[in-house]
Design a protein around this ligand. Structure first.
Ligand SMILES: [Zn+2]
Ligand SMILES: [Zn+2]
Length: 511
């Protein structure tokens, strides 16, 4: 697992607790000590920015992505014209094809998959597109997170017994093998396939299977990684008049809207979920209905949370859409390969501050201080939760960098290749000797808490009767010692507050 900067060093001590520093700072704040709160709140006060990362160190995921699609889509009950070309998100289809159980083989699944494709081939040409699995990519780092739950790796052969769906489809290396087998199987059945099928699998060159003839489509060679972006490229390249896209993802919906709006996709586009019985989304009608937000939709969606960009606590897609509708923000720099991360930061500071309800602030740090003091003065129960505050300028910058990269990849979806941007310059880091990436928290020289605070959040009393006098920093501050102190905040500590805490804990346990 990639090593996040999980700790702050205090002397030779490493702190891992995300809440502890903040809790200590708040305790000091309410004691008689003078702390400069501007300086205090300009730090994250946690090893990980809690507005964007969860306790295990992973980026917070956008849980309300479909809110965006639901708010913008125009649905129709049937396609009104004959489809000339269908574009299928292969990995989404994998999930809905009937999964043979009880002794079924891999070949049984391949048969079911092929039959599913044949149904589409009865009405139009089909473009079947799978995600790629490149080592050391920004997508891989999010996928390997998914892998942790079910990390069993199989060697797949057609005659082998089919492993459970979840294990097969959530582990990248299993999925990659299955994609190869699907492509081989379709090629082997070239004579039974009606109409023309173009399959884009792990190989950059798609394979066309048409009337029993198999050809490599060098002209359609493509190195994008995500099926989402490859679908866009292929629709634009093929130039069909009536297009059906079979996919479920909000990212695909947003990309289709963007490129129809920009005029790169000229045909009429419908989108339908691979799950049967769902209605059709008319992309062109959706674009017409929401012209006011179309210019900035792609950027706004990317930077408020997607697979490679953290979402901000409390800032859902609904909030982002509302701010977008206010129509005062241009996000043109975001994902423009001629713009720097700083250009993107400039536009996004205003946009995200508006999402936080503080468009009047100049910086994230200013809003953070302001929101914190408002909440402190209103709250009876003490300080607000750290994650409800906006991030600091420094950690925000890194998330903007990731957003800039992702949106740049999306903007380039009509090209055969993604932009040449090194993720290490856009909010991603890598350990020596490892190929996998992890999100950068902040530049190396950024402190997570003020020096003077770090000094007082632990004591190093080592007398025979420790922490009994004002020589103990914790005692002096009127706070209990903790596991980070020399005394470890245990029964060997004579600080009255520590004893009270221990007593309370024991009572809790006995309840
Ligand atoms: Zn002490
Ligand atoms: Zn102590």
């Amino acid at each position: 697992m990639a090593a996040f900067r999980k700790h702050i060093k205090v002397g030779d001590m490493k702190l891992f607790d995300t809440e502890m520093i903040y809790a200590r700072a708040m305790a000091l704040q309410s004691s008689h000590r003078k702390i400069d709160t501007n300086n205090l709140m300009s730090h994250e006060l946690s090893p990980k920015p809690t507005s964007m990362f969860d306790d295990s160190g992973h980026m917070k995921e956008a849980k309300t992505k479909s809110t965006l699609k639901n708010a913008l889509k125009v649905e129709v009950s049937s396609r009104h014209a004959d489809v000339t070309a269908s574009f299928l998100d292969g990995c989404a289809v994998m999930w809905v094809v009937s999964w043979p159980t009880g002794g079924g083989t891999v070949q049984d699944f391949l048969d079911n998959f092929r039959r599913h494709i044949q149904v589409h081939l009865q009405t139009s040409d089909v473009y079947l597109i799978f995600d790629r699995y490149n080592e050391g990519s920004i997508k891989e780092s999010t996928r390997s997170d998914w892998d942790k739950g079910a990390s069993r790796v199989y060697t797949l052969r057609p005659t082998a017994r089919l492993p459970p769906q979840k294990v097969l489809l959530t582990v990248s290396s299993n999925k990659k093998q299955l994609i190869d087998l699907i492509v081989d199987d379709l090629v082997a059945h070239k004579n039974v396939l009606t109409a023309s099928l173009v399959v884009t699998g792990n190989d950059p060159v798609p394979v066309q299977i048409s009337r029993g003839v198999v050809t490599r489509r060098e002209d359609m060679s493509i190195t994008h990684e995500e099926a989402d972006t490859m679908i866009i490229r292929q629709i634009a390249y093929v130039g069909a008049s009536e297009v059906l896209v079979v996919a479920d993802d909000t990212d695909v919906f947003v990309l289709l809207c963007h490129f129809v709006f920009e005029g790169d996709i000229t045909g009429h586009v419908m989108m339908v979920s691979p799950v049967k019985g769902r209605s059709f989304i008319d992309i062109n009608a959706s674009v017409e209905k929401n012209r006011d937000v179309m210019g900035n939709l792609l950027a706004a969606h990317g930077v408020t949370g997607c697979d490679t960009v953290a979402t901000y606590y409390g800032i859902g897609k609904g909030v982002a859409l509302k701010v977008l509708r206010s129509n005062v923000h241009s996000l043109s720099n975001v994902g423009d390969i001629n713009c720097s991360v700083e250009d993107a930061v400039q536009q996004l500071t205003r946009f995200i501050l508006s999402c936080y309800g503080h468009p009047e602030c100049e910086s994230m740090a200013e809003a953070r201080q302001k929101i914190w003091s408002t909440k402190v003065s209103r709250s009876i129960g003490g300080a607000p939760k750290l994650q409800t505050l906006p991030p600091t300028n420094e950690t925000f910058r890194e998330n903007v960098a990731r957003g800039h990269l992702q949106v740049a990849i999306w903007r380039q979806a009509i090209q055969p290749n993604p932009p040449l941007m090194d993720p290490l310059n856009y909010g991603w880091s890598k350990d020596e000797g490892s190929s996998s990436l992890y999100p950068t928290i902040a530049a190396e020289n950024v402190a997570f808490a003020p020096e003077e605070l770090l000094k007082v959040i632990k004591c190093s009393c080592d007398s025979a009767v420790p922490c009994k006098t004002k020589r103990c920093g914790c005692y002096l501050a009127g706070m209990a010692c903790t596991s980070f102190c020399k005394c470890e905040g245990g029964h060997g500590c004579f600080n009255q507050k520590t004893r009270e805490c221990l007593q309370a804990e024991t009572e809790d346990e006995n309840m």
